[in-house]
Design a protein around this ligand. Structure first.
Ligand code: ADQ
Length: 484
């Protein structure tokens, strides 16, 4: 066991709310850790291979004492413990009931409690300390996402030698909305502890820079922010930049050549009663994803008689998410009520008008779903990027299929050839769905070819390398200036 203990002093340290592993209890009661194959893990695997020693600091799930540091798939993992009340206040509370709705255009009302903020600070401090302890001198620390916005400045306090990056996976709101956040200036100062701040789309970067200028009064020049020094300390420059995240495009595309997955895709269509068209939605069950708008449009199309449920079937995969947060419980009830009503009103006996799946699927089944889908609906009301849109495109080397994409998803900036919609306009959504269903093979191929070029050329590995290149160049400049 001791041989598995990593040594401290890592050149690259990733800090994220969750570690990229899930625990599994073996028959003999022992715990085994299995890496969870998320996009961030894949991206990091690629950059971790370029350094001698990489580490990941994060929560292992569960409450109370954290497991000891361990090595999984060549990565050194440092678990950060969370107490039960911290999961409630730091994670479910301030992260997911205050920041999440506020950063997503206040689709639901953000809730705020001072006790949540206390725990957010305390837990951020714990993550920062853990990262500061394991980073090598002059090493790189890359902090991820809205749960850890205070961490960059907290690391800088004790480790001014480190090069610190932060990437925000969700939108950064316009200053008019961001200003509602109690403790907004502390959040900005926390983020500005980083040397490089990365955002998904240009609009997010501009929103952040505007917030710094208007709320803190700091000088900004384009996307370079000058953070004034305290007392005799010199001022520092912070770069805010746009790095649209992506997927492991090639490996998704490769899966479509697996005969077993191809067979699953065929079987799926047969199981649905061989409809002419399959329309698919895949989302975490989250109010930002526009699932209710999508169901409303589909229900109306059936009621209008514009769609015959024998010809076209919808599959909605909704992964369980944040089930202890009120807004998520309510959403689940509403979605399930609506699906039940639509099926009750329109489904032929023996098959659904909407096949609703409230669970997780593995990558292979997910690929089979994408391969079987004639149309994928991404109708987010606000989304940092939306990887489902990119996964669908990567899953279609046959250059068939239609992507209906909300203009409020970050992916809309890059995926210009998608069928673009404003999901708030139910009439527009309905006509876009009909248009997607009616699109001929040639038109589908033209759009899909262009979408694939974008997604295959810009994968998550390129994203991670671009971010780290920027961070390293900033570090080098500073060293050069100091030597002069
Ligand atoms: P999410 O809000 O989780 O991510 P998204 O980008 O769509 O949204 O990523 C979801 C991932 O989960 C996809 O890889 C998808 O395939 C997978 N998934 C969804 N349902 C699933 C199911 N039932 N079974 C298995 N897998 C499922 C946040 C931001 C996004 C941003 C990403 C990355 O909200 O805007 O794109 O981070 O930065």
């Amino acid at each position: 066991e001791d041989a598995q203990r990593p040594e401290a002093g890592h050149e690259l340290v990733v800090v994220a709310n969750r570690l990229p592993v899930d625990s599994r209890t073996l028959p003999d009661g022992a715990t085994e850790w299995v890496t969870s194959p998320g996009g961030l893990v894949t991206a990091m695997e690629s950059v971790m291979r370029t350094v001698d020693s990489g580490a990941w600091v994060g929560w292992a799930g569960g409450t109370g004492e954290a497991p000891s540091p361990f090595v999984a798939d060549g990565m050194h993992l440092y678990p950060v413990p969370l107490a039960g009340h911290e999961v409630e206040r730091y994670y479910e509370g301030f992260s997911n009931a205050t920041l999440w709705p506020l950063y997503h255009d206040v689709i639901v009302d953000p809730e705020f409690h001072r006790t949540w903020w206390d725990d957010y600070q305390r837990v951020n401090r714990r993550f920062a300390r853990a990262a500061a302890e394991v980073a090598a001198p002059g090493g790189i620390v890359w902090v991820h996402d809205y749960q850890l916005q205070l961490v960059p400045a907290m690391i800088r306090e004790t480790r001014p030698d480190a090069r610190i990056g932060f990437f925000n996976h969700i939108p950064f709101p316009p200053v008019e909305l961001f200003s509602q956040l109690p403790k907004r200036n502390q959040i900005l100062r926390g983020l500005l502890g980083a040397d490089v701040l990365g955002f998904q789309r240009e609009g997010d970067t501009l929103n952040f820079v505007a917030a710094v200028r208007k709320l803190l009064g700091y000088h900004t020049d384009g996307q370079t922010i000058t953070v004034p020094g305290l007392g005799t300390a010199p001022s520092r420059e912070v770069q805010a930049r746009t790095f649209p995240i992506s997927i492991d495009s090639q490996s998704v595309s490769d899966l479509t050549e697996d005969p077993d997955i191809q067979e699953r895709a065929r079987q799926l269509r047969a199981d649905m009663g061989d409809p002419a068209k399959i329309v698919l939605g895949v989302d975490r069950l989250d109010y930002t994803k526009g699932i209710r708008h999508r169901l409303k449009a589909w229900g109306e199309l059936l009621a209008d008689g514009a769609i015959d449920p024998r010809d076209a079937v919808m599959i909605q995969v909704a992964t369980p998410s944040r089930e202890r947060v009120d807004a998520y419980r309510q959403l689940r009830d509403e979605v399930e009520l609506t699906v039940g009503r639509i099926n009750g009103d329109h489904a032929p006996i023996g098959r659904p008008a909407i096949s609703y799946q409230h669970r997780s699927f593995d990558r292979r089944d997910m690929t089979a779903l994408y391969m079987a889908a004639d149309v994928v609906l991404v109708t987010a009301l606000r989304d940092g990027m939306n990887l489902v849109a990119k996964e669908y495109v990567a899953s279609r080397p046959d250059e068939q299929g239609v992507l209906v994409l909300s203009e409020f998803a970050g992916a809309a900036d890059e995926l210009r050839a998608a069928l673009r919609v404003n999901p708030h306009d139910i009439d527009e959504l309905k006509s876009s769905i009909l248009r997607a269903l009616a699109m001929g093979e040639d038109e589908q191929r033209e759009a899909m070819t262009s979408l694939r070029r974008q997604v295959m050329d810009h994968d998550v590995q390129a994203w991670a390398h671009a971010f780290l290149d920027e961070l390293e160049s900033v570090g080098r400049d500073e060293i050069t200036t100091r030597r002069i």
